[in-house]
Ligand binder design. Structure first.
Ligand SMILES: *[C@@H]1O[C@H](CO)[C@@H](O)[C@H](O)[C@H]1NC(C)=O
Length: 395
């Protein structure tokens, strides 16, 4: 009943969005020009094509503000989370935002943008109007986007890279590492607000969204692009809030938890650029994880389809125990994070209990929630300075 209701509210909006939501990001109008060069930094736009034809944009900040030479700088790749894009790393002022802080600390900074987002919305043969364009979940980010981008940065810089993931950006890296992928090209990984297990998340809005909003029904009814922006979705979220008695006066808080330290001047520009679209299939996949408490591949529910796709009736699991024990990992999580919930992170850490202790740096920030990790005014002092010394210790 509720599922049908959500669907009714969504249908007109999503269909209408599919026809108008084609935005091509010419490189002269990309993140570099909009968000980086305007702050005085040198910035290059790059393009990577995945094996399945998605055209991804990458931005490179090869040096800091006061450096005139590109010395031998270790590359760092920044991977955003779901419903976000590369803009999240450059929203705060240069003395606060991770991309600039890294550039000013001697790193060669690369920012990736996952398929389906504003600056990575092109494909060699498909358009965002084609349902086939949206036929993917984070399994494909593990299988195609991540390897394509990591290989590109590795080739361009000629060195192994440090990786930083936020939210879903941590999930796809952990999944890839558990399959022994990327290990020859990645030097270490910083995981901010790590999302692996999702079944204990406390965000009331996200929990209800799992039940109501992101239903398999939505996907099976032929709505392939998940467009979080706009009046109709806001109205529907508000309906959930009213019906469930959730205080949604601040949607960001209702979803991510009580962020302690967001910059009041950054939140408006955050809301201007985020949230970004993703595939409905991806949202369904994340909802399946919240439902099942496991980290499995996308479940087609239909046994025949699972057989066809995986050669078995149930989707294979990503087994995080297989992450090599000597891979340098920096993990930081927050006490108020309602998406990367403390109990879910404990479960993740349980999988890493045999990890070499000198290769695992663990940080717990009591008053941080999900968005603080990319937008807190004090994130440099609280998290990034530690992350940078961690990277500098991995040679
Ligand atoms: C998408 O990219 C265009 C071109 O840079 C920009 O003007 C627009 O604000 C972006 N939209 C969003 C929602 O990020």
């Amino acid at each position: 009943m509720t599922k049908n209701l959500s669907l009714l509210i969504l249908l007109p909006f999503l269909f209408c969005q599919q026809t108008v939501n084609v935005i091509t990001a010419a490189s002269n109008d990309g993140i570099c020009r909009l968000m980086v060069q305007s702050k005085g930094y040198f910035c290059e736009e790059h393009t990577v094509i995945t094996k399945d034809g998605y055209i991804l944009s990458l931005q490179r900040i090869p040096r800091g503000l006061s450096d005139d030479a590109i010395r031998d700088r270790p590359p760092v790749l920044l991977q955003h989370g779901v419903l976000m894009d590369g803009v999240t790393w450059v929203l705060n002022p240069p003395n606060q935002a991770l991309a600039f802080v890294l550039a000013d600390n001697g790193f060669d900074v690369w920012i990736s943008n996952s398929r389906g987002t504003n600056y990575s919305s092109e494909h060699t043969t498909l358009s965002t109007d084609d349902p086939a364009y949206w036929d993917w979940s984070w399994d494909e980010l593990v299988a195609y986007d991540l390897p394509a981008v990591v290989e590109y940065v590795f080739d361009q810089s000629g060195q192994k890279l440090h990786y930083v993931g936020h939210s879903q950006g941590t999930l796809i890296a952990l999944a890839a590492f558990s399959q022994q992928k990327l290990l020859d090209k990645v030097r270490s990984a910083g995981l901010l607000s790590p999302v692996a297990y999702l079944s204990r998340m406390t965000s009331p809005l996200a929990r209800k969204a799992v039940e109501n909003f992101v239903s398999e029904l939505l996907y099976l009814s032929g709505i392939h692009e998940f467009v979080p922006r706009g009046e109709a979705v806001m109205k529907m979220l508000n309906d959930i809030c009213t019906r469930q008695g959730i205080d949604c006066t601040n949607l960001l808080t209702a979803f991510t938890g009580e962020n302690c330290c967001l910059s009041t001047s950054t939140v408006p520009s955050f809301l201007q650029y985020e949230p970004q679209p993703t595939a409905t299939k991806n949202m369904v996949h994340l909802a399946q994880m919240a439902r099942d408490g496991t980290i499995g591949m996308y479940d087609y529910i239909d046994i025949g389809k699972n057989m066809e796709q995986y050669g078995q009736a149930v989707p294979p699991l990503y087994d995080l125990v297989n992450i090599p024990n000597d891979l340098p990992l920096f993990i930081s999580h927050g006490g108020r994070d309602e998406l990367a919930d403390v109990d879910d992170v404990k479960f993740l850490l349980d999988n890493l209990k045999d990890h070499d202790s000198e290769k695992l740096f663990l940080q717990f920030i009591e008053d941080y929630a999900h968005a603080d990790y990319v937008m807190a005014i004090n994130a440099k002092e609280v998290v990034y300075d530690f992350l940078i010394s961690f990277f500098k210790n991995q040679t």
